[in-house]
Each structure stands twice: as C-alpha cells, then as structure tokens.
Write a protein that binds this ligand. Structure first.
Ligand code: AMO
Length: 430
C-alpha cells in the first residue's frame, strides 16, 4: 500500500529537465476542462499545479470525479502547447481517487468569494487556496528565522507550563477552570517563569500560545494568541530593543527572499528595514498627538484613537519608550532619572502594538509594593518572589505577538487570517 500511494514528485518539480520521464503526482483536482476529445485536468498540491491531459475514451471515469477530490495519477511528462506552462502530464494511470462531496461549504479556488467566518468554518478546505496557504508558509518561515536569530544570540529555547495556579500578569483576564476540585488558570504569559529562569539559564526564549479572557471583538485580539517571549540576564531594555529589531529585520529579509508576497507589500517591508526603527518617548508621542489635535493627557494610556493617529504619523515600525510606570505591569523597573516613568518600551507598526517589554524590577520588596498598588495580593506571588532571594541578576525581556507580526507583515486586515484555528469570544471551533 505504501508504494501505491507514494508520489515521485511534487508539482513544482515537474520541469523540462524530466521530459519523457514517467512520474506519479498526488494532489487535488482544482479544475476540469472537457472539450470532448480531450479533458484537461489541473491537479494542485501545496507547491503548485500541473495540467494533466486525459483521453476520455481511455479514462471515461474522470468525467465522474468532482472537483477538489484527491487524486493520484501517473504518466509521462511532455512539452505543453499552452503558453502559460512549459510541461504537462499525459495520463497513463489513475492510481487512487478520494472523492469530495458536493456542494462544498466554500469554493477554495477563490472564484466564489466567501466571508472570513465561512472560510474559518471550513478552514482545512480554505487552505487549498494558495493565497491562504502562503500565509502559513510565511508564518513557518518567520518562526524558523525567529528561532535561528535568537539561538545565534545565545538564547535557549524553553517550555513553561500553561496550566498555572495563580496569575502571571494580573487578575482581570484570566481563564479559570476546575482542576481536581481546585482552581487553576490558563497562562496569560510566561512572565514569572521566564524571569525565574534567567537566574541560571541566563538567556531564554519561548514561543507558545497564551490565553486572555478578553471579550474584545477586534481584528487584533484573540483569546488564544502566540507570543515570542524573551528574557535575558545582565541586559537592559535598550539591549532587548536592539535584539528584537534584529529579529524582525531578519524575518522581513527571509519573507522577501521567499518571494511569496506581492510587490506593494514587499516594497513597504523593504522600506521598513532600511532605517533603524525610530525611538519615540511617550512624552514625544503625547506632544505629537496634541499638535495634531488629539485630546490627550500626559500620564494617561494611549487610546485606540490616539494610537490610530500616531499610526498615521508613523506608518512603519517605531518604538515608544519611557511609559509612565503606573501604566506598566508590576514587574517593570522604574526609571532612575524620573521615577514617574519606567524603563519600558512597546514596538508599534502603525497603530498596532507588536511588542511590549522592559527592564525588570529585581527588588522583591518593590515588587510587593507595586503588586499591592495594582490591587494584587503580594502573598499570592511568594513562590515567585522567593527566587529573587536566591541571587536574581538584573534582567530585561519582552513579548512579541506573533500573530500580529504575521498579520502586519503579510498586509492582512484581520489577525484571524493568519491563525489556523482562531479563538475569540465567539469562536471555539473548529
Ligand atoms: P503584553 O500583554 O503586552 O505583554 O503582550 C505582549 C504582546 O502580545 C500580543 N498580544 C496579543 N495578541 C493577540 N491577541 C491578544 N489578546 C493579545 N494580547 C497581547 C501583543 C503584545 O504586544 N509579559 C508581557 C511581555 C513582557 O514584558 O515580556 C506581556 O505579556 O502583540
């Protein structure tokens, strides 16, 4: 059986250098053109497509096979008379067929457009559309490059628990569930673990899903999202900004090399990597917003409308540094020059926040005070805080929203486009 379903080539390997060779190709039927004496089949796989020339007298059963069925065919590669392709396959044997049942919920060729919701309901089929599958090829390339870049900078990849006994980020958006009659939660981030790990492992990173019980139905929020988290001993937030700038620029170079995106998106990305990402302080942002007619108060968080205005003023990547300390989580270090401010940063692309990070508070007494200020019970963090008494080095880190990064690099309008099976308040299946 194994030999029977084993193909010899993917579609993109069928080229003039194998003219006359007998090949076996597997994929799905994308298109059928029946002109009586000949049937033209287009068989597609993840790498591309091949036209198959069928003699209907020899293979009358081909007329009965619905589009999108999986099929395994074999035959010789010959020169094609069509202008848009160099070679085609002359059918000699239909090895196997797995029929599709019509009507299908969506048309994966894209000729008939479907809403994103309908497409997500039929995601596996939706992925047969190459404009969709290429987003996940890009995501995979991006992940490889993120890993490679961080490993080259002496980061160690780690895996921390996603079932946790108390909050990592604060209480508001925790998913709580029953854990053998006790309360447990889904991790909002690996924050506490990654900080603890620098005690011995020095530089760590984790790429994993995190969970936020936020009822926000926007194009950029999910209840389960992927984050690239890094944490490093003896580095500060400026070092982390440099590291992440390198990570993102490498990802863009890799995506450009893959030639999967259209010219406009590529052009935008090329321009984005030429200069150093601008670094604006929170104060500069407030001033710019005021100059541009936005009603903002120094010390307040930037509203969606303010971020959209900033995004129009700075459409590419830019850092916002020195946020007011009160706007940042308990683990962020205060600024030595002005303790109202913090040693923190966000990386934006236009209006969209991609990264949030900073130097960490490593004085456990101050962390306790900050926890209390933020309405959290310091005692619930004793397990974490005791690690600081074991000789915690100064450290810094950040979290990069992977889904948002891929969304922005591919010019997608909704984060759900770049997540295989997105989770939001209204969607937990498929
Ligand atoms: P923060 O909560 O800002 O920081 O999250 C880091 C990044 O993760 C992405 N993100 C999301 N993406 C999709 N849907 C969501 N609901 C969502 N929430 C966050 C964003 C964001 O910038 N522990 C800190 C990071 C650190 O300081 O190391 C943290 O979790 O792109």
């Amino acid at each position: 059986m194994k030999e029977k379903i084993k193909r010899t080539h993917f579609a993109n390997e069928l080229k003039e250098n194998i003219l006359g060779e007998k090949v076996k190709v597997g994929g799905w039927i994308e298109d059928v053109r029946d002109i009586g004496k000949i049937i033209f089949l287009v068989i597609k796989d993840i790498t591309g497509s091949i036209q198959v020339i069928v003699d209907p007298e020899e293979f009358p059963q081909i007329r009965e096979i619905p589009r999108q069925s999986s099929i395994l065919v074999s035959g010789k590669i010959q020169k094609s008379k069509a202008k848009e392709m160099t070679v085609e396959l002359k059918l000699e044997e239909v090895v196997a067929i797995y029929l599709s049942k019509h009507p299908l919920p969506i048309d994966p060729t894209g000729r008939l457009e479907s809403s994103l919701d309908k497409r997500l309901d039929a995601r596996a089929l939706d992925l047969r559309n190459e404009n969709v599958s290429k987003l996940f090829v890009i995501r995979s390339i991006a992940l490889q490059i993120v890993r490679k870049t961080l490993l080259e900078m002496s980061f160690l990849e780690v895996n921390t628990p996603k079932i946790i006994g108390s909050a990592s980020e604060g209480g508001a958006n925790l998913f709580e569930f029953d854990y053998f009659k006790n309360k447990a939660y889904l991790a909002q981030s690996p924050q506490l673990y990654k900080e603890q790990l620098v005690l011995a492992l020095d530089r760590v990173f984790e790429i994993a899903p995190y969970f936020r019980a936020e009822k926000s139905n926007t194009v950029r929020h999910l209840t389960e999202f992927y984050s690239v988290d890094i944490e490093a001993a003896f580095l500060d937030h400026y070092d982390i900004m440099e590291i992440m700038e390198r990570v993102i620029k490498n990802v863009i170079i890799g995506i450009n090399d893959s030639a999967l995106l259209d010219f406009t998106t590529n052009d935008f990305l090329n321009k984005a990597i030429e200069p150093k990402f601008p670094r604006l302080t929170y104060q500069t942002c407030i001033e710019e917003l005021k100059e541009n007619g936005e009603c903002v108060t120094y010390g307040d968080d930037l509203s969606d409308s303010s971020l959209r205005k900033l995004g129009r003023l700075h459409p590419g990547f830019y850092f916002i540094t020195e946020w007011p300390l009160k706007l940042k989580p308990f683990y962020i270090l205060e600024n030595k020059r002005d303790p109202f401010l913090s040693d923190s940063f966000d990386l934006q692309i236009g209006y969209l926040e991609l990264i949030s990070g900073g130097s960490r508070q490593h004085d456990p007494t101050k962390i306790r005070n900050r926890l209390a200020e933020q309405g959290l019970n310091p005692d619930k963090f004793s397990e974490h805080l005791k690690v600081f008494d074991w000789g915690m080095p100064p450290h810094a880190g950040c979290g990069l929203g992977l889904d948002r990064l891929i969304m922005s690099l591919t010019g997608s309008m909704n984060v759900r486009e770049v997540v295989l099976y997105p989770r939001d308040p209204y969607r937990i299946s498929p």
